[in-house]
Design a protein around this ligand. Structure first.
Ligand SMILES: *Cc1c(COP(=O)(O)O)cnc(C)c1O
Length: 454
């Protein structure tokens, strides 16, 4: 029998993260402070530890992973690379499909790869509390887990609509010892102002970020942690792609094309950036790997956004970042159930896209759930709705190969499992979800609020 699982020994947990900045044709566009000048580490040190800010600005190709972080990674890393042979058979494709299974972490997604690192650096800096936000609950769970492992108190502002719809994600965070508040909350000025304007405000990720940042900025013992978008988060996630490369060597194969879901862009960065290094060096045996970010058609930052400086949150607390954005006050339509709702995309992912080194596609939500169900039928694992975007991309490519007879090798980043997202699957089965065409008018309107940069 042929092997389907490619599992590395724990000694192969990467010793260094890979920093794509070292291989980018142009230096990254700097974040800008309130004065329109490049933000200084001092300005950001109110909410991040220095070690993280150094990583945020670093151009070093390899950054050592601290031993205590690698020791915790042992709980689930290296994650398996799996040949999706049953999916290939179901599709009748000559393509070979593999997936990297990041659902094996305790929190059920790739997010602990960075949460553990961020908790470690905050602990080293003497920080006692971390505030953060969460939408669907994946990031809040990962930070709660990481805080517990390093003895740091974690306070999570959870978007109110999810707080009410996803009670078990909230209980998971509480089990790992975190405090969880529905956002907008009465705990911050931002939350109180939002509630004063609309007592029924159901919250948004941008608003929850603003609450968490406001609290962290006002207390010396408290820092803030972000689960995506920023350079250091993309950096920490590169363990995914670094392991995958070794696993493809084990398998005697190599990807032609990689699909990853793209919300803030960290899981895409994690699997794709280590392959950017090969592409920059001319490819493996002269062959470049195609790197495809897959986003929802209802929140299409890369494919329909503008490449511009914008805020990372809805209230304009964060430095300005050059990224593909739909406007910081853009809200995806309420019918959208598949996650990946962030208005922008990682500045590094955005710049690589702008320079033509990576690709992006947008997929409608019914097709993503259809792909998730096909994947569950063939492979067993029920993927997170976010991961279903990448699976849709991979299945469509496999079907294209079927039509042309190409035997390409496809790699999909299965970023998490869907066991706490069954409500969204339920809505799909009940026919309650619909495809919402790209909200052109709403995007046009929110893009008129982009900040002016001199
Ligand atoms: C958060 C999340 C994503 C998307 O976030 P990125 O920053 O784009 O990686 C994708 N999949 C799962 C399972 C997630 O929890």
């Amino acid at each position: 029998m042929e092997s389907l699982r490619f599992v590395l020994p724990q000694s192969e947990i990467p010793t260094h993260w890979y920093n794509v900045v070292a291989d980018m044709p142009n230096a990254p566009m700097p974040p800008l402070g309130p004065d329109g000048k490049p933000a200084t580490p001092e300005q950001m040190s109110a909410i991040f530890p220095m070690a993280i800010l150094e990583q945020e600005m670093s151009a070093e190709r390899w950054i050592p992973i601290p031993q205590p972080v690698r020791e915790i990674y042992r709980l689930w890393r290296p994650s398996p690379l799996i040949r999706a042979a049953r999916l290939e058979e179901m599709l009748g494709t000559p393509a070979r499909i593999y997936y990297k299974n990041e659902s094996v972490s305790p929190a059920g997604s790739h997010k602990p790869n960075t949460a553990i690192a961020q908790a470690y650096y905050n602990k080293q800096a003497g920080i006692k509390r971390i505030t953060t936000e969460t939408g669907a609950g994946q990031w809040g769970c990962s930070m709660a887990l990481a805080g517990q492992m390093f003895g740091i108190d974690v306070r999570v502002y959870m978007v109110k609509v999810s707080y009410n719809q996803k009670p078990y994600r909230r209980s998971m965070m509480q089990t790992w010892g975190a405090e969880v508040f529905a956002s907008p909350s009465e705990m911050t000025q931002t939350g109180r102002a939002a509630l004063a304007a609309d007592a029924n405000n159901q919250g948004s990720l941008g608003l929850a970020i603003s609450e968490a940042v406001e609290e962290a900025a006002s207390r010396a013992d408290t820092n803030y942690a972000l689960g995506s978008v920023l350079n250091h988060v993309a950096l920490h996630q590169t363990v995914i792609g670094l392991e995958a490369k070794k696993q493809f060597e084990m398998a005697g194969d190599w990807p032609d094309v990689i699909f990853a879901p793209c919300g803030g862009g960290s899981s895409f960065a994690g699997i794709a950036f280590p392959f950017v290094a090969d592409n920059a060096a001319g490819g493996r045996n002269g062959k470049l790997v195609q790197l495809v970010a897959v986003e929802p058609a209802s929140c299409p930052s890369l494919t329909k956004g503008q490449y511009a400086y914008d805020f990372g949150d809805s209230s304009g607390f964060t430095p300005l970042m050059k990224m593909f954005t739909l406007g910081h006050d853009f809200m995806p339509p309420g019918i959208h159930a598949g996650g990946l709702r962030y208005h922008g995309a990682s500045p590094l992912v955005s710049q690589l896209y702008h320079e033509g080194l990576i690709e992006a596609i947008a997929v409608p939500q019914l097709a993503t759930f259809e792909a998730g169900v096909m994947f569950a039928h063939a492979e067993g694992l029920i993927p997170a709705p976010e991961s279903c975007h990448a699976i849709r991309g991979g299945i469509d490519e496999a079907l294209r190969c079927k039509a042309t007879g190409e035997a390409r090798t496809i790699l999909i980043n299965v970023t998490g499992h869907g066991y706490f997202d069954m409500g969204s699957y339920d809505r799909y089965f009940a026919g309650e979800l619909e495809d919402f065409e790209y909200p052109e008018a709403a995007i046009k309107e929110s893009l008129t609020h982009l900040p002016h940069v001199g």
